[in-house]
Design a protein around this ligand. Structure first.
Ligand SMILES: *Cc1c(COP(=O)(O)O)cnc(C)c1O
Length: 219
């Protein structure tokens, strides 16, 4: 059942890319496995998929080290907020951290690198809707934040990520994120979830983060 849903999502992604005049290799699926157990994740691994997203460091630490001994080429993305005291754990596990959202965290990455850690690929989370309760750099502050992280601190910032406001037309937010990335010469765009990944692909997403359309509704 989960494998079937996974293949259906893959097919929809390919179709949306084709309709947008893009190639199948232009975007990748991040299968969001938060709240899922190793047993529900395994069918997706068995189907050949390797890119997964988790939103909590602790939960990911409990599930992924053992799955990774069986599937060594897994690429794990952190898609939830990162506390600076969890940076060490996050660096031990994640290949991509999509939620670089404040200076304090940027400096914590610098400190970890100074101590010899190699940093994962980083995306800057943008609060495209300027929602007070949501993490992310405000659109007005994105250029300066990228200049700080990428140019001054030499962090491996590859792109941008956003989670649009629930009640708004996501296309407006995807278009804004694409514009901010292009203006800063960033190639990677993580946007689009179960409800709107096809729209995101139309607007240039290079990663779509899809959970419930694969694994079913979360409890
Ligand atoms: C949970 C989550 C997703 C996946 O959401 P679905 O609607 O289940 O596809 C994507 N991105 C982030 C940041 C999430 O926390």
């Amino acid at each position: 059942m989960i494998a079937g849903a996974f293949f259906a999502v893959k097919t929809s992604i390919d179709k949306a890319l084709t309709e947008a005049g893009r190639q199948p290799s232009d975007a990748a699926l991040v299968a969001v496995s938060k709240t899922q157990t190793a047993d529900t994740i395994r069918p997706v691994l068995a189907a050949g998929h390797r890119v997964f997203g988790e939103n909590r460091v602790q939960e990911a630490l409990e599930k992924w080290p053992s799955l990774r001994t069986a599937y060594r080429d897994v690429e794990l993305h952190l898609i939830g907020p990162l506390q600076t005291n969890k940076v060490g754990d996050a660096l031990s596990l994640f290949d991509v951290i999509e939620t670089l959202d404040r200076e304090k965290l940027a400096h914590a990455f610098v400190k970890a690198r100074e101590k010899g850690a190699s940093l994962p690929r980083l995306l800057v989370q943008v609060n495209t809707g300027a929602e007070p309760q949501k993490a992310g750099v405000l659109p007005d502050e994105v250029d300066a934040f990228i200049a700080l992280c990428r140019d001054e601190l030499a962090l491996p910032v590859e792109g941008l990520m956003c989670i649009p406001p629930v009640q708004e037309e996501p296309a407006l937010h995807f278009a804004l994120l694409e514009k901010l990335a292009r203006r800063n010469g960033l190639a990677v765009l993580s946007m689009g979830m179960s409800a709107d990944f096809e729209t995101a692909l139309e607007f240039g997403a290079t990663y779509v983060r899809v959970g419930s359309a694969i694994f079913g509704a979360r409890a």
